[in-house]
Each structure stands twice: as structure tokens, then as C-alpha cells.
Ligand binder design. Structure first.
Ligand SMILES: [Zn+2]
Ligand SMILES: [Zn+2]
Length: 444
């Protein structure tokens, strides 16, 4: 006999599953209450809380307490309270896809710190449009993420205060109607002039938006972990920075201790941190996590790409001419990277690699050796500077402390790099300074 599971609540479809505009769990709860013509508060008290079997929540709901709504700040995240709410709503609606309305898929990738906004923010233009077009008004999950400040479609900032009553809006309240302020019940649209986004802000915020959008829309087969992050950081450090974490940290403009902890998996970058890494590397989070960094070089990341990739791919390939130009690239002095080669030849690097793998590998190898050699050269030059300052001080009868050397050579942080610090210590040992220093301090 077939057992029929009848749902207690209407089985309404969440919006935008597996897209960057997927609905949030809080929005679904608000909409489902609205569809049943009851208040969120009633739905929570009568159906959700009893199912959650949490004594303190049950007591709190009887006495009009706020526990459920206080916990609701992280309702769209991935903590136990959101997972539990998903389970309850799935039971009540007989749906199986409501985990998609939370950030569960990011659980192993980004920490909760700085991930979610404290209060609701929204795009007034989206709400206006859905309202005018008689579409379902809902709140996308992406609006709740702290780094998200804009709506990419309407090229405007999200707003966080109702323009009618000027109040901020909690993530979840007892009385909430989709698209309306729970304080004054006006539509959450904005009639005043909106604040323009300047070019620089747009560049960053649209980058952030595109990346988070693609993370939110990930399919279950593409889930990433923090291990992916540290592996890739180590690969990049090896391939692009000749294993010099200091210059990598400098390139990213973050403290090297922070980067080191990320690379060693001792700490995880917040979503902001991950975005900054990718922004500096001019890559997307998805590419950062998935691509091989072996044949990529730094030049390619720093210089702006001028060629239109798609156009270059579509253009007919003249293989003979490409081959001769690759041969030319192999004798350029100083050696150039594959990214520069691709730019000069005006064909996508991937196309060059797939047609002429040997030439490309040679070019890349030659460039890497050149970069290695240059970084060695740089170290040698700095050593000379240290040596010069060191003996100058010694001749003046001054103890060549790291501070004195840095002042003399006019290079702050010169001795921070381990290899240079060791060189300085060697000099000290060579000149018997450890002993001498001890004596001089006794003299004082
Ligand atoms: Zn919008
Ligand atoms: Zn209001």
C-alpha cells in the first residue's frame, strides 16, 4: 500500500535554486507564512518551534520571548539552528531542497566571521520591478552576505534603512510581508535620488558580487574546502613567487604572518580575505580554487589584459605564423612570460598551449629561470648593501645592530627577510660581535 505523505504547509517552490539569486531561508519562511495568510510569528510558534524540540525556544515562544528571532541573525548561514529549521520546514512542506537556501555549501570553505549582515539590506529597484510586473517578491540569499553592497542588475547600492520610516530591519520579525517594511508596512522601494556608484567602487563591488554569486550557485559536486585554499596558496607561492612568502604577502598587501597561517591551514581566510586574494591575482574564486598555477606567471597577473580573449579564440588560427612567432619569443631578451607571449601573438594562452605545447613549455621555463635568477640577484645586491652598512658602522666604532644597519642603508625592514637576517648574523659571528657586544654591555 502506498503511504501518502500529506504536507502540513503548501509545498511552494523556492526561487532560483542553483543560481546566484537563490532565495534565502528567511525569505522562504516569510513567503510561506504570507501564502498561508498567517504571520511569521504564528507559523513559528504553532508549527516550527514545537517541531524543533528545543525547550528553551518553546518556553520563549509561550512567554513571548525573542530567542528564535535573535538566533535568526544567522538563519541563512550554516549553523545548527539553520539546519534544524531546514529539517522542520522540509518535514512540513515535504520538500527536499531547502538546504540550498542556506550557506551550507560554504561551510568548509569560509568561516562565519564577517560572513552575514546584522540587519536586512535590499535592492529597492528589484522590489519595485517585481511589484510592478506582479512577480513574486522574495529576498535572495546573496543580499544577506556582508561583502555584498550592490545589486549588479540595477547598478545601485543595496539599502539598509526603510526610506519611509528610516528604521533598520531585522533579519526576521514576527510580522513580515515580502517586500514591505515590518515597522511601517510601506513597500521597500526608494523614490529619492539614489547614490551613484563611482567607477572604482563599482570595479571592486561588481567583482565581489560576481564571485559570491558563483559560489552561491555552486552545484553540490563543486563544493570546496579550506584545504583547497591552502594547497592553492602554496602552489602560487612556489610557482609565482619562487617560494618567497614575504613577496607573496607584499603582493597581496596582507601581513605575512596571516598569509603563512592560511598557507599552513592554521587559519582560514574570511570571505573578504579570499576575495582580496583573488582580486589581487585577477582571478575568480572558482578559478583560484580549481586551476593549476604551474604555467601562470606574475606578469600576466599584474599587467592588464588588453586582448579580448573571446575574439582571439574565434579568430582563425594561422598555425605557421604562430609557430614562427613562438620561436621568436624563445630568443627574446630579457625572456618573456607565456602570458606576454600570448598578448604579443594575440592568441589565447590555452590555444597556444594546446597547439604548441613544447614551445610554450620552453618559453615558460626560460622565463621562470630568468625570474629565479633575478630574485637571486636581488638578494645578492641586498647582501652587498648590508655588508657595506655593516663595515661602515664597525669602522665608526658603532655596534652594527639590525636597526643601525637598516637606518644606514635607508631600507626599513631590510633584515626582515630570513635569508638576509642570517647573512647579517653570519657577519656578526665572523667579526666575533656576539662576544664583543656582551663585553660592551658589561662595560656600561
Ligand atoms: Zn536590483
Ligand atoms: Zn519602514
Amino acid at each position: 500500500m502506498n503511504q501518502i505523505h500529506r504536507s502540513i504547509l503548501y509545498n511552494i517552490d523556492p526561487i532560483g535554486i542553483e543560481t546566484g539569486l537563490v532565495e534565502s531561508l528567511s525569505s522562504y519562511l516569510i513567503r510561506i507564512s504570507y501564502e498561508h495568510n498567517i504571520q511569521v510569528g504564528h507559523l513559528v510558534n504553532k508549527l516550527v518551534v514545537p517541531e524543533m524540540h528545543k525547550d528553551y525556544l518553546a518556553r520563549s515562544s509561550i512567554y513571548g520571548g525573542n530567542s528564535f528571532y535573535e538566533g535568526a541573525k544567522t538563519i541563512n548561514g550554516y549553523t545548527n539552528n539553520s539546519i534544524e529549521l531546514v529539517c522542520v520546514l522540509e518535514r512540513l512542506t515535504t520538500r527536499r531542497d531547502l538546504l540550498n537556501l542556506t550557506l551550507l555549501k560554504l561551510k568548509d570553505l569560509v568561516p562565519l566571521r564577517n560572513l552575514l549582515k546584522e540587519t536586512f539590506s535590499w535592492c529597492p529597484e528589484c522590489i519595485k520591478k517585481w511589484n510592478v510586473e506582479h512577480k513574486i517578491i522574495y529576498y535572495p540569499l546573496i543580499w544577506y552576505l556582508k561583502p555584498i553592497k550592490i545589486c549588479i542588475e540595477h547598478k545601485c547600492y543595496l539599502i539598509e534603512k526603510c526610506t519611509s520610516c528610516t528604521k533598520k530591519i531585522d533579519i526576521l520579525r514576527r510580522k513580515m510581508i515580502p517586500g514591505h517594511c515590518p515597522n511601517c508596512f510601506n513597500l521597500l522601494i526608494q523614490d529619492q535620488l539614489r547614490k551613484e556608484i563611482n567607477q572604482q567602487e563599482w570595479q571592486w563591488h561588481s567583482f565581489v558580487y560576481r564571485n559570491i554569486e558563483s559560489l552561491i550557485g555552486l552545484k553540490p559536486s563543486e563544493i570546496f574546502t579550506q584545504e583547497n585554499i591552502s594547497n592553492q596558496l602554496n602552489d602560487i607561492n612556489n610557482n609565482l613567487f619562487s617560494d618567497n612568502i614575504n613577496s607573496f604577502a607584499k603582493f597581496l598587501s596582507i601581513p605575512k604572518s596571516t598569509l603563512r597561517a592560511w598557507a599552513k591551514s592554521e587559519n582560514i581566510p574570511t570571505l573578504d580575505g579570499l576575495l582580496i586574494i583573488c582580486y589581487k591575482l585577477e582571478t575568480t574564486i572558482f578559478d583560484f580554487l580549481t586551476k593549476s598555477w604551474e604555467n601562470i606567471d606574475l606578469n600576466h597577473q599584474i599587467e592588464k589584459k588588453n586582448i579580448n580573449k573571446d575574439k582571439a579564440i574565434r579568430r582563425k588560427l594561422d598555425l605557421t605564423s604562430i609557430e614562427s612567432r613562438l620561436k621568436e619569443a624563445l630568443i627574446y631578451e630579457p625572456p618573456i612570460s607565456m602570458a606576454s607571449t600570448a598578448r604579443i601573438i594575440e592568441h589565447d594562452k590555452r590555444i597556444l598551449y594546446s597547439n604548441f605545447p613544447d614551445y610554450c613549455k620552453q618559453i615558460s621555463k626560460r622565463y621562470k629561470e630568468y625570474i629565479n635568477q633575478k630574485s637571486k640577484q636581488r638578494i645578492e645586491e641586498l647582501k652587498k648593501e648590508i655588508e657595506k652598512a655593516f663595515y661602515y658602522l664597525v669602522n665608526e666604532g658603532i655596534y652594527p645592530s639590525s636597526e643601525k644597519i637598516q637606518n644606514k642603508s635607508n631600507k626599513k625592514g631590510l633584515l626582515k627577510e630570513r635569508i638576509l637576517q642570517e647573512y647579517w648574523k653570519d657577519l656578526l659571528a665572523q667579526e666575533n660581535f656576539y662576544r664583543r657586544k656582551g663585553r660592551s654591555s658589561n662595560d656600561e
